[in-house]
Design a protein around this ligand. Sequence first.
Ligand code: NAD
Length: 365
Amino acid sequence: MKVLITGGAGFIGSHTADLLSQKGYSVKILDNLSPPVHDGEWPDYVKREGYELVRGDVTNKKDLTKVLDSVDYVLHLAAYQDQMPNFSKFFTTNTVSTALIFETILENKFPVKKIVYASSQFVYGDGIYKSEDGKEFFPELRTEEQFKNKMWDIIDSGGRRAKFISFKEEQKINPINSYGLSKMASEVMGLRLGKTYGIPFSILRYSIVQGARQSPRNIYSGALRIFVTQALAGKTITVMEDGNQLRDFVNVENVAEANVLMIEDSKTDFEIYNVGGGKSYKVKDFAEIVKRITKSDSDILIDGRYRRTDTRNAVSDISKLENLGWNPSNSPEKSVNDYVNWIKSSKFDIEEIVKNIERGHKELV
Ligand SMILES: NC(=O)c1ccc[n+]([C@@H]2O[C@H](COP(=O)([O-])OP(=O)(O)OC[C@H]3O[C@@H](n4cnc5c(N)ncnc54)[C@H](O)[C@@H]3O)[C@@H](O)[C@H]2O)c1
């Protein structure tokens, strides 16, 4: 069986390739090796494995026609994931690519058995909150005034603190940025086209994925990248808001297992699954984990910096995927450890990365 992984030179794609290969699948990778994650070269960890490597773009139909020929499964992982206001690029890379994959398969009658789509917890936006009187509501983005007054929590219409409810697959999704919107559009389109044309489609909504090979040049990589590089450079570890915001973290090897499960279990056809760590952490507690594992003397600074489009809490309920026998067996401690060892063994300029992070932070305060 041959599996095409778009974006397979990246973090999640390369771990998935390794797992597929261990299980006896042939792996083909389509990747444009674009910056900031790559510098135009195939990383060693995919080069040495003997995968079929094709340099090309998921937004280019000719490239897709080349790679979709003679594959059984497609894992569509390539994506644009920045925080820039170039809104259209999210849709071109993340959504139009999904349409093009269907178009190419149908036009050429390629016998693809299934498409698996890498979506994100970001489709939920801020999710659902419950007010003190038990009413559920979808909060709007917090206002500048709220942030300036350090009112970090989501409040109900009566001005009281509301209770966060973990994300469930069946709830209404409410993305708050172009990245989430582009993923939502792909989800809806993939399910529709898949059903109409008889190509099974599965959606995985990953939480924050962590582990080795996550490029520290990727600004999307979030707290792990920031805390670890600051700790390794001996700089202050900077935590946003009041540090009490909740997140869940899932290890990349467990994510690779979820990807493969979508191929191997036909019960997953046309289904959506959250892929998370199953446990919520306050971001300030996660900073402590990083400090401990890196054996750092750095201070942890919580000084109220913020990003207006950040969600206050983001934690996924993973019971649906667990019911299929999957479980997030690896802890965030293992992910941090793997990431730290990998960063130390590679040639990244940590000082430069920290400087970039600090430059970004100055713009936020
Ligand atoms: N890492 C996370 O925490 C996380 C969370 C939720 C969802 N996701 C999703 O998982 C998928 C994989 O993410 P990742 O963390 O491995 O990211 P990554 O940046 O490490 O990998 C993405 C890969 O896609 C390639 N790519 C980008 N644009 C392309 C294009 N136009 N054509 C061909 N290749 C292209 C990149 O070169 C890169 O190798 C993405 O779809 C992402 O949105 C990731």
